[in-house]
Each structure stands twice: as C-alpha cells, then as structure tokens.
Write a protein that binds this ligand. Structure first.
Ligand SMILES: Nc1nc2c(ncn2[C@@H]2O[C@H](COP(=O)(O)OP(=O)(O)OP(=O)(O)O)[C@@H](O)[C@H]2O)c(=O)[nH]1
Ligand SMILES: [Mg+2]
Length: 429
C-alpha cells in the first residue's frame, strides 16, 4: 500500500514502516560513490525515524521495468525481509507505483522510494505556514499521479466503462478529486503569501543594499555561517537555527549584515540533496527565490565530507532548476577545523572556530560592491542623513573635514556612485 492511504488533511503525512531494508540499483557501476549515496539514503531514513536493518544493492545497466530488481535479487530481498524482520523497503531509485506494488506483493512488506522519505522529512520539519503549505503541495503533487495510475489500472481491470466502475476505482477517483481540489486551494493560499512577500521584497529593493544568498548541500553549515556573520555585525539577537540534522532550515531568513560600516542583505534558505524531488523544487520556488534574485551566491561546502565534490556539483546543477543560473558563485569551504590543513581552490573557513570569516566578509563586500566608479561629494552636516546610506554601501574616504562639513570620495558600483552623485553635492576636488 502506498503512503497516500495514510494521508490526512492538512499535512499529516505518516510513514507507518519502522524497520526497513534499503535497496538500490547502481546504474553507473560507480561502486564507491554509490555506496556513499546509499549512506545518505540511510541517513534520510533515520531522519524519518526509521530503523535501517539491512542494505541490498544490484549492479545493473538498467532497472527491470517490472520489478526494478532482477528475479534472483528480488528473491534475495524477499528472504532478507523475513530474516531481518523488516516491515518496509526503501528504494534509493525512484519507482513507479506499479513497480512498487509488484515488489510489495512479492516481498509482503510496504515499499516506498527515497522521494517519499524526503517529502516526509520536509513535512516533519516544516514550521512556518508557508513551509507547511509548500510541503503539503509537494506531497499531493507527488501522490496524485500514483492515485490516477491506481484508478486507471482498476478501471482497466473492470473494463473501464463508467457505469461499471469498481469500488476501488471509484475510491481512487474520489481521492484524486479531493487532492486536485486541495491543490487548487493551496495554490491560491501560496499565491497570497507570495504576494505579501513580493511587497516586502519591493520595500527591501528600495534600500539599494546588494543581496547575497547562502546556498549549499544540507548540513554544510549555511545557517552557522549566517550566525557567524550576524555575530560580527553585532546582531546575534537575530540568530537563525543551526542543527546537526538534514534539512534543519526550511524557510528563508533575510538579515542585514554590516562589516566595517558596509552592509548587505544575506539570506539563508533550504539546503539541497541529490535528486531533490521536482515537486519540492516547484512547491518551494517562493522560498528559493531569495537565491534566484541574489546578486551573489555564497556556496557553502562541507570540506570535511569525503563526497564534497559530488555534493558541490549537485548543488551547482540544482541552481538551473531554481532559476539561479548565471548568478556569480563564491565557493566557501567550511568545517576546515576538521580537515588537518588540507586546502581547496576557494575560501577556507570554519564557522566553529571563526577561521577565515573576516577574510570572507571582505571578499563578499568586494564582490557585491565592485569599485567600478568614484565620485567626490561635499556633505554639509545637515545632509548627513542622506549621506549615511552611501557610507554603508560604498567605500568612502574622507578627504577634508571642517566646521561646515566634509568632502568624501565614494567608490563602488556605477549605479550606486551615480545615485550618490545625484543625491549629494558633487565637487571636483
Ligand atoms: N566542526 C564543524 N562543524 C560545523 C561547522 N559549521 C557548522 N558545523 C556544524 O554542522 C551542522 C550543520 O550546520 P547548519 O548550519 O545547521 O547547516 P545548514 O547548511 O544550515 O543545514 P540545513 O539547514 O539542514 O540545510 C551543525 O551541527 C553545525 O554545528 C564548522 O566549521 N566546523
Ligand atoms: Mg540551515
């Protein structure tokens, strides 16, 4: 039976299996990296409260269209379920509902795939109303084709005539309609939240502050870096949650970071994982917009993870899916307190010890506010209110100062320098 059987509105998704075997098909015959990916599937199951009792892998160029595993391996899996007392199988590879049902009927236990596990973690972790609604939407969109395929196969078995519907088919049709209606409601609710966020966004855009977004694989240390930068800014009171668990952050938080008088906006958002379900990316587009609209992406990499390279590639590939391709990326290698002096091609930091954080802030400011142009401005003390924002955006050098005011050279991006020259009194010396 598939998980939607337990589905209860509004977002009560329950996975009823406890002791599971994880199964996977290594399609690329990449033994080492596949075993690390299976390790990740295991962590995802554990994050869902499941107990992983065993693991089984088949190396094959293709998945069997009927039962994913080939005959012999499937029999091995069936025996394993009995021996280990498993009540469920979690497939690393994505399964169609028909395939899952066939495996379930051979092995006599529930069969789910990794996507269902990820969706379940999201529904457990969602805290804000937006994250809850987005998760529910992703879940329904994932389940709907399964219900429809159930209905179609039920209809097919009974000849498919409308007047001759079986109870199974009717139930599936009814559930599908309920799901579709709920998806429509969710879409409207999310659009409203999105509209409100858009207004905040426009307000924020008016401030002229450049925006950076933290991106990276889940558990890489994005929220920890946000907290380090908040501490430097003297704003530790607005810390975000950091935790040693997968998908600790599901909402976007935006904070103003100020380093040596210069400020920018920084957003921390949901982390990535390999094969992030497409329905999740779609449902979370509003949350991920912070990244898509940033001027700079700070890609946080857990350098102590042996698989950091694969995970960094996955993260950078996911940027296309969320519409953030083309935005400059600054790679930051975190947790370097755990790597014994090893170096990589990028900035080395440790949020734990604070190593490299100052250098990183200088680099962020340089990238966000490149010194493309400059202007000299005479500022009288009564105009200091206007000047203040340019002090926090542009590099400034005070050249003269007397009782009437000061002459300052502002240096930075062309548009901001132009705007400073318009709002303040330009001078030639
Ligand atoms: N040793 C060490 N641990 C770190 C460092 N930075 C973060 N951590 C730990 O790594 C874990 C994950 O940190 P988070 O900041 O929550 O990671 P995240 O990228 O925000 O994760 P998600 O929100 O789940 O995507 C926490 O237990 C942190 O304490 C570091 O520099 N060194
Ligand atoms: Mg986080």
């Amino acid at each position: 039976m598939w998980l939607y059987c337990h589905y209860a509105f509004p977002y009560g998704m329950i996975i009823s299996v406890k002791n599971v075997i994880i199964a996977g098909i290594d399609l690329k015959n990449s033994r080492e990296s596949f075993s690390l990916m299976m390790e990740e599937t295991k962590s995802l199951c554990e994050a869902c409260g499941m107990n992983v009792t065993g693991e089984i892998v088949q190396k094959s160029r293709s998945m069997d269209p009927s039962t994913a595993f080939r005959k012999g391996k499937l029999e091995e899996l069936r025996l394993m379920c009995g021996e280990l007392g498993a009540d469920g199988i979690v497939f690393h590879n994505a399964l169609s509902v028909q395939t899952a049902n066939r495996i379930a009927s051979v092995c006599g236990v529930e069969v789910i795939d990794r996507t269902a596990v990820i969706l379940n973690i999201f529904s457990r972790r969602a805290r804000s109303r937006q994250a809850k609604l987005q998760t529910e939407m992703a879940r329904l969109q994932y389940d709907l084709p399964r219900i429809l395929s159930d209905r179609d196969s039920a209809g097919h078995e009974r000849g498919g005539a409308a007047y001759n519907r079986g109870t199974g088919e009717m139930r599936s049709s009814l559930t599908a309609r309920k799901y579709e209606a709920r998806i429509a409601v969710l879409r409207k609710e999310l659009a409203k939240i999105d509209q409100r966020a858009g207004q905040d966004e426009r307000r924020r855009a008016k401030t002229l502050f450049r925006r950076a977004a933290l991106i990276g694989y889940t558990n890489a240390g994005k929220s920890s870096l946000m907290n380090c930068l908040l501490e430097i800014s003297g704003r530790s009171g607005t810390r975000v949650e950091e935790k040693d668990m997968l998908f600790a952050t599901l909402d976007t938080s935006v904070r103003k970071i100020t380093v040596q008088g210069r400020s920018f906006l920084l957003s921390d958002t949901v982390g990535f994982v390999s094969d992030l379900p497409h329905s999740l990316i779609e449902a979370f587009h509003a949350t991920l917009r912070a990244a898509a609209e940033a001027d700079l992406l700070i890609h946080v990499i857990d350098f102590s993870d042996p698989e950091w390279q694969t995970k960094a590639e996955i993260t950078e590939q996911t940027l296309t899916d969320i519409g953030a391709e083309g935005i400059p990326v600054l790679r930051v290698f975190n947790k370097c307190d755990l790597v014994n002096g090893k170096k990589a091609d990028g900035m080395m930091i440790s949020c734990r010890t604070g190593y490299g954080i100052k250098e990183l802030t200088v680099e962020i400011i340089d990238r966000l506010y490149p010194e493309e142009d400059s202007v000299l401005c005479r500022i009288s003390y009564d105009r200091m209110g206007v000047a203040e924002k340019y002090f926090s955006l542009l590099k400034s050098t005070i050249l003269e100062q007397n009782e009437n005011g000061m002459v300052v050279r502002f240096c930075g991006p062309e548009d901001l320098v132009r705007s400073a020259g318009t709002e303040m009194e330009r001078t030639e010396k």
